[in-house]
Design a protein around this ligand. Structure first.
Ligand SMILES: Cc1cc2nc3c(=O)[nH]c(=O)nc-3n(C[C@H](O)[C@H](O)[C@H](O)COP(=O)(O)OP(=O)(O)OC[C@H]3O[C@@H](n4cnc5c(N)ncnc54)[C@H](O)[C@@H]3O)c2cc1C
Length: 290
């Protein structure tokens, strides 16, 4: 596998696979990064998609899509993207690798839901943040907590460690998947986020507390909304904002499928994947002057 591609597609579900097929056939050099589709994994039967034999399950459809990528010799990587940067080109980091690309297509499925913790919503923008790169600067020399248990939380904590005086990772009762250096882990369940004008304290279910100036939410795997915030891409509610060409406001950044909201169906994801793949390939060609 190379380190540099024309297009990197994040997501291996219907939108990501469709985008890859169209971009590849338009002559682009494509890498698809992703894992199991949470949505398809839950779908017992997909009986309403064109040409699919009756009784085909979501996991079967997912496997057919991944095989289609392999049959077309499109590079794939099973993995989790933890950060995307934009500096004209895109830098895409997984847990173990770093890549560059001229264009990125977000096909990561629906947004993660924020955990239901008393005070979390109330303090959004007043100490509760969803983006370390965007807001970490405001916590220089302070104590902050990252809410999450996985690679993404560890990545956010590693960024904050360079700025904050102390960083906690709060796993909210879950086992940490990765231990980040120089960070204190607390695995108790959270009950409440408290403060006055801004966040001051996290209260756990056992009644114990820690003082903190900020809580960065980074549960599970980073989703399209997390990437959009870091890149400065516009959101529309919980979905990515894109035009009819699936283009976002960031040049070269496209989105397709459930992460654009609307009808959450395979047919729509496949259509938008086709549009995003074709438009992204056009964008790359325009950069190369042809
Ligand atoms: C219970 C249930 C039943 C359904 N039944 C039907 C049905 O009958 N018919 C129908 O048309 N639709 C159905 N759907 C909806 C359908 O599954 C989705 O609309 C479709 O899968 C969306 O495709 P997508 O490619 O946008 O996202 P997804 O299929 O969700 O794929 C997202 C991809 O992104 C990857 N990803 C996410 N974050 C990262 C990251 N940080 N790094 C790397 N990869 C990442 C995931 O691993 C996955 O590969 C159902 C959904 C559910 C939940």
């Amino acid at each position: 596998m190379k380190n540099s591609y024309d297009i990197i597609i994040i997501g291996m579900g219907p939108a990501g696979v469709s985008a890859a097929l169209y971009a590849h056939r338009a002559g682009s050099d494509v890498l698809v990064i992703g894992g199991e589709s949470n949505a398809l994994a839950k779908a017992e039967k997909i009986d309403n998609y064109y040409g699919v034999p009756k009784g085909t399950s979501g996991p079967q459809l997912f496997e057919m899509g991944v095989n289609q990528l392999k049959d077309n010799n499109i590079d794939t990587l099973e993995g989790q993207v933890v950060s995307i940067e934009w500096y004209g080109d895109f830098g895409v980091k997984t847990v173990e690798n770093s890549f560059t690309a001229k264009s990125v297509i977000l096909a990561t499925g629906t947004q993660r839901r924020a955990p239901k913790i008393e005070g979390l919503k109330d303090f959004e923008g007043r100490g509760v943040s969803y983006c370390a790169v965007c807001d970490g600067f405001f916590y220089r020399g302070k104590t902050v907590a990252v809410l999450g248990e996985g690679e993404y939380a560890a990545e956010e904590a590693a960024y904050l460690k360079n700025l904050a005086q102390k960083v906690y990772i709060l796993t909210n009762g879950k086992a940490p998947q990765k231990i980040a250096d120089g960070v204190e882990y607390i695995d108790k369940k959270l009950a409440q986020i408290k403060g006055e004008a801004t966040v001051q304290q996290v209260v756990f279910e056992d009644g114990s507390t820690i003082d903190t100036s900020g809580v960065f939410v980074a549960e599970g795997v980073a989703g399209a909304g997390d990437f959009a915030r870091k890149l400065g891409a516009e959101l529309s509610g919980n979905s990515i904002a894109a035009d009819e060409k699936c283009a976002t406001n960031i040049p070269g950044l496209y989105a397709a499928g459930d992460n654009l909201g609307g009808m959450l169906q395979v047919a729509k994801a496949v259509y938008q994947g086709a549009v995003a793949g074709s438009e992204s390939a056009k964008y790359v060609r325009s950069l190369k002057g042809n």
